[in-house]
Design a protein around this ligand. Structure first.
Ligand code: AKG
Length: 307
């Protein structure tokens, strides 16, 4: 007798979707192709992402988590109770974006993970050339209830190489309930997304001062332009790699813990580099939110673009 598998409903952004439905599936594992750069490049060109299990040293990733949890506890952000890897918010503390230089990104094990020899060798295999990583690191402490809206990375870092790849690194084991990342495989090349690529995909948040997320509702994307969302659960050591025109967002964090993840960027060393994200003190987004009254809403922009 076959046992029925109970459907699993996941909160993606603002919408509940059933895993295994036509709207949401599982990411495909590219780990069996490790060591075969041509196969990895072909998969990346085709699907727009690579899910790599155990690419990073799991013990080092967990050590980075331990160091960051300790820092968050010393800052009064994380609850001091529990084991050294437990990342529950302290009373009344929410999530925090911790990009750039700060106590979390300065944790020695954090740096060792995001700039490891393993990830560098992997990138150099993909590019077939020397690779560099932006000095700015996007570290996120995502609080219960929070999520990231759907977007392309190119609107934040599109002034240099178009071959920039994002490496999304979970610092810990992440169940769906922690708010894992979801992508629309193929959205970088599907014909249905062409107008989105030609309008939103040419935007620059500092030049245009438009709010960066394209949508909070995943079906506002796939219902209009096609494709299907995909996500998975992660173990410490896994990474998800994708390009700058991959539509992605996160599931909502429905757990009682912080989700600790970083997104870091790599590119060919010989390509032009977006000057906002490199050097000893990267200047980052210098205009985007500097005059809030000048910020244009994404809804207004989408109406103008007709998307
Ligand atoms: O982790 C998240 O919530 C968002 C990450 C992201 O947008 C990215 O990796 O580009």
């Amino acid at each position: 007798m076959q046992t029925a598998i109970a459907p699993r409903t996941l909160r993606v952004g603002t919408r509940d979707l059933e895993l295994g439905s036509s709207q949401l599936g599982e990411l495909r594992d590219a780990t069996p192709h490790l060591g075969d750069s041509a196969a990895l490049r072909a998969r990346l060109d085709d699907e727009g992402y690579l899910l790599l299990r155990g690419l990073q040293d799991r013990d080092l990733v967990l050590e980075a988590r331990r160091q960051m949890v300790q820092a968050l506890r010393e800052e009064g952000v994380a609850d001091p109770a529990g084991g050294p890897l437990d990342a529950r918010p302290a009373p009344s503390k929410g999530g925090q974006f911790r990009g750039g230089e700060n106590r979390l990104t300065q944790c020695p094990a954090f740096r060792q993970v995001v700039e490891s020899e393993r990830i560098r060798r992997f990138m150099e295999g993909i590019y077939g050339a020397e690779a560099l990583t932006f000095s700015f690191k996007w570290m996120r402490v995502v609080g219960p209830g929070d999520f990231t809206g759907a977007h392309y990375d190119v609107v934040y870092m599109g002034r240099g190489s178009m071959g920039v790849l994002t490496v999304w690194t979970p610092f810990g084991d992440l169940g769906y309930e922690h708010g894992t990342l979801a992508v629309v495989p193929g959205s970088h090349r599907l014909p249905g997304f062409q107008r989105v690529r030609d309008t939103y995909g040419r935007m620059d948040v500092d030049r245009d001062r438009v709010s960066g997320w394209f949508a909070d509702d995943p079906l506002d994307i796939t219902g209009r332009y096609g494709g299907r969302w995909a996500t998975t659960e992660f173990r410490a050591g896994d990474v998800l790699v994708f390009g700058m025109h991959m539509m992605h967002m996160s599931l909502a964090n429905t757990s009682a813990e912080f989700r600790l993840t970083a997104d870091t960027r790599w590119q060919r060393a010989g390509d032009p580099v977006d000057e906002r994200w490199i050097g000893k003190q990267p200047k980052g987004h210098y205009a985007w939110h500097s005059e809030p009254e000048k910020l244009v809403s994404m809804d207004a922009k989408r109406r103008e673009w007709g998307v």
